[in-house]
Ligand binder design. Structure first.
Ligand code: HEM
Length: 404
């Protein structure tokens, strides 16, 4: 009798550097809806085609509530965190939109357009400091640019005073850079939460024009949410996209250096930053583990019966390399002809990234400015020596020595 084999372990490992797992490409061709095995021995479904991922992310019969049995958790830490009081990222309708709607107006495309001068000034200030320190000896771009840009911007939106930015950015880095110990990471987490708690108190007595004041005045004071909800929501906005932003800035720099023709095009016309960022977020899917759901009832998908209580992982990373939607998907081409289908780097459906326009604007401004300001920017090490995140974690770069 043939032995019954377990499904393959997930997350699949990247073969090298920032290359996506070969296993995803194989499944796209052979078994687009299949079982995988997670760290805890559970066997959720993995969906790897663009069309199926979109259908999962818009299916009201699926849930994002992590307290439901069967919800696929990616680590023991995640499983423990799933018991905490949720924020909107882990809610279903109608609560999801009620709470998301409390912050979403700050992040609309129009509001973000108005923020562009502020984002540009922040990027310029960070680059000024980097240039002043000199670039003849290697400088770590992660520390000097990629980390401060997204932190400074979101802190500004939340209403953190300027003098506290450096300290809080450091805490945020400790919290999310995989090399800190669990104790260091949880103490940095607590520092950030305590800090936001105090800021919420201050804005309660003296509101200003910032997101924390908006939450306090419009939601906490009228009794729609508790102070602790406001703290958790502000914390979510602070940490949700931070590591992804850092990774996308680093990956963007390396991708341009690996494609000198496209870098030359961007230097000649910084207006190409928008299509560059579009392709960057397709090619490198910086947030590839968030698009998970659990079935509330039995559903059929790709000819497979998914039963109530079974988990589903919609691989936006694999969908972004789906050859049926993006011809020559493994080629980085910012000039590629785009069809009607969008890449899924920011997710799809109701939980699609609430700060997508902000993230795009930050990346566009960074890439339109960086090589104009530092036209000789180059790596201080060979490409082969770049330190990437662990092969089963979200793609990223942990250290990037450059010269300019
Ligand atoms: C390049 C940068 C970013 C990428 C690639 C990204 C990607 C994503 C993805 C894939 C999701 C969907 C998760 C799902 O379906 O469950 C998401 C949701 C979310 N993102 Fe982002 N994100 C980025 C930047 C940011 C930033 C800067 C922030 C905060 C300022 C942020 C805050 C959020 C929040 C709060 C959600 C949950 C939305 C909801 O559940 O309604 N993201 N993001």
């Amino acid at each position: 009798m043939a032995a019954i084999s377990s499904p393959p372990k997930f997350p699949f490992a990247r073969p090298a550097a920032a290359e996506p797992p070969a296993e995803s490409a194989r499944l796209r061709a052979t078994e687009p809806v299949s079982r995988v095995e997670l760290w805890d021995g559970s066997h959720p479904w993995l969906v790897v085609k663009h069309q199926d991922a979109c259908s999962v992310l818009t299916d009201q019969r699926l849930s994002k509530e992590r307290t439901r049995p069967g919800f696929p958790e990616m680590s023991a830490g995640g499983k423990a965190a799933a018991k905490n009081k949720p924020t909107f990222v882990d809610m279903d309708p109608p609560q999801h939109m009620q709470q998301r709607g409390m912050v979403a107006p700050i992040f609309t495309k129009e509001r973000v357009e108005n923020l562009r001068p502020h984002i540009q000034a922040t990027v310029d200030r960070i680059l000024d400091a980097m240039v002043a320190a000199g670039g003849e000896t290697p400088v770590d771009l992660v520390e000097k640019l990629a980390l401060p840009v997204p932190s400074y911007i979101i802190y500004g939106i939340l209403g953190v005073p300027f003098e506290d930015l450096a300290y809080l950015t450091e805490q945020n880095a400790i919290r999310s850079n995989g090399s800190a110990t669990a104790t260091e990471a949880s103490s940095a987490n607590k520092e950030l939460l305590d800090y936001i708690g105090k800021l919420v108190d201050q804005r309660s007595s003296e509101p200003k024009e910032d997101l924390i004041s908006k939450l306090v005045v419009e939601q906490v004071k009228p009794g729609h949410i508790d102070k602790s909800d406001a703290v958790q929501m502000a914390f979510l906005m602070l940490v949700a996209g931070n590591a992804t932003m850092v990774n996308m800035i680093n990956l963007g720099v390396v991708t341009l250096l690996q494609h000198p023709d496209q870098l030359a095009d961007l230097k000649t016309d910084p207006g190409l930053a928008q299509v560059f960022v579009e392709e960057l977020c397709r090619f490198h899917t910086g947030s590839a583990m968030a698009t998970r759901r659990v079935a509330k009832v039995d559903i059929m998908l790709g000819g497979k019966l998914i039963k109530a209580g079974e988990g589903i992982i919609a691989s936006n990373q694999s969908a972004n390399r789906d050859e049926d939607v993006f011809p020559n998907p493994d080629v980085f081409d910012m000039h590629r002809k785009r069809g009607d289908e969008e890449a899924l780097g920011y997710g799809w459906g109701e939980h699609r990234c609430v700060a997508e326009w902000l993230a795009r604007a930050e990346l566009e401004i960074v890439f339109a400015t960086l090589f104009k300001r530092l036209p000789n920017l180059r790596l201080a090490i060979p490409f082969e020596e770049i330190k990437y995140s662990s092969p089963t974690k979200d793609v990223g770069i942990t250290e990037l020595p450059i010269l300019f």
